[in-house]
Design a protein around this ligand. Structure first.
Ligand SMILES: [Zn+2]
Length: 74
């Protein structure tokens, strides 16, 4: 088991805890923790700046069914 690591996105200022069972956890400044997909949906998709550590929602694809995903990995 590896210890969880916390990364902070220099663009969004959001903390992402990696190495956690069940997937990465995003620590928002307010509200309960969420997933990278939620972070992306809430913040990163609007930021679109180089240096964002969550440019596409990470490995956790957005849960929205209306996203166009030509080659969904799962
Ligand atoms: Zn970001």
């Amino acid at each position: 088991m590896s210890a969880p690591k916390i990364q902070t996105c220099p663009v969004c200022g959001v903390k992402i805890m990696t190495g956690v069972v069940g997937g990465d956890r995003v620590m928002f400044s307010a509200g309960p923790p969420g997933t990278r997909a939620r972070l992306w949906a809430r913040v990163c998709q609007y930021v679109e700046k180089a240096g964002c550590i969550n440019p596409q929602g990470g490995a956790q694809a957005p849960a929205k069914a209306d996203f166009y995903r030509p080659d969904a990995p799962q």
